[in-house]
Design a protein around this ligand. Sequence first.
Ligand SMILES: Cc1ncc(COP(=O)(O)O)c(C=O)c1O
Length: 407
Amino acid sequence: MALAKTPSPSIPTAERLARFTYAIRNIVAEAQRVEATGKRVRYLNIGDPVAFGFATPPHLVEAVERAMRDGHNGYGPSVGLAGAREAVAAEYSTRGFPVIPDRVCMTAGTSEGIELALTAMVDVDGEVLVPMPTYPLYTAVLAKLGARAHHYRTDPAREWMPDLDHLRSLITPATRAMVVIDPNNPTGALYSTATRRALIEIAEQHGLAILADEVYGDLGFHGPIAPLGSLQPDAPIISFSSLSKGYLAPGWRTGWMAIGRSPRLDAVVAAVKKLADGRLCSTVPMQYAVVAALTGDRSHLVRFRHALAERAAVTLECLRAMPGVTCVAPSAAFYAMPQIALPPGRTDEDYVLALLRETGVLCVYGSGFGLPPADGFLRIVFLASPAELRGIYDLMATFTAKYLSDV
Ligand SMILES: Cc1ncc(COP(=O)(O)O)c(C=O)c1O
């Protein structure tokens, strides 16, 4: 039988993709176009310390190498290796959040843990409270699930603390969980103990699980931050973290989720295990490095925190010296979220793209994290060396002065 000659239309993609956006990586396409014109691009968009010269601790690399040489290259248990789960459970328990190994699941980074937990708990049209601004993974995963993110404001006038009244007003019978990112990306905020307690209380009152994204928990400028679960170990809290940030190995895609002891989470534990079976296992040799990371030398963390505090200070000094720019002081991680007093009619994306095209400096616009485009926020990753940062902020200052005066 002859084949029809009519050209076939392109294969359709799923409608749910329309709501799946990831500004942090999307903007790179424009940066590559700028680079192709011969301009040097300074990538301040991705929070990868390795890209800025911070080295993975050698004993972690050795642990992975040894595991591979010893032949640990097959599939592992879907929830993770016993040794890694024990190390994670011991780490949380020592920090005041008692967790047993059976309620730990090793994952492909914090990202997969979040996806497993949301998939386990949220149906189509289910709702999840997500901060605004938010790390975009949450909105992206919820879009994939056909569920909805309800964004609670965090307030730059109060050091980016969550607006608890706004958060309460968003709770409906369809709300399943509350995401708490503390220390926070993109704002660099650390929540006060009173705020953390209030968030737990609200979740308890409304029967919500808390997804505590604690991937920056080791990176408070003044030391590690206690897990949220340490304030109320019986609350339905699930904590997520990984080797990506504090342990300087984001490319290994290795992390974990730790589910608190509340019996209200028993069904979630079972559901996560079922889903974990479906993707076989997470990276096996790297799980040996989790043991090395959590039971071995952590002196690199002291140096890393010091380096971050120094870069945060340079960032704040330079940004605050720019007319028309304000910035809340970050307290942890490697992000700052300045605000540009944009002329009417301009958006944060307009500013970020113009900055990129003119100077080669690449940041992410605040609307990529859910903020209103006219508010003029952008996120800066300040992992470059202090001298390099000063050079970058000089470029930004000259550009911004011109941008704001060209109205
Ligand atoms: C708040 C937050 N959660 C999760 C992730 C993803 O981390 P991982 O590499 O562990 O998947 C990031 C990465 O930047 C992040 O900033």
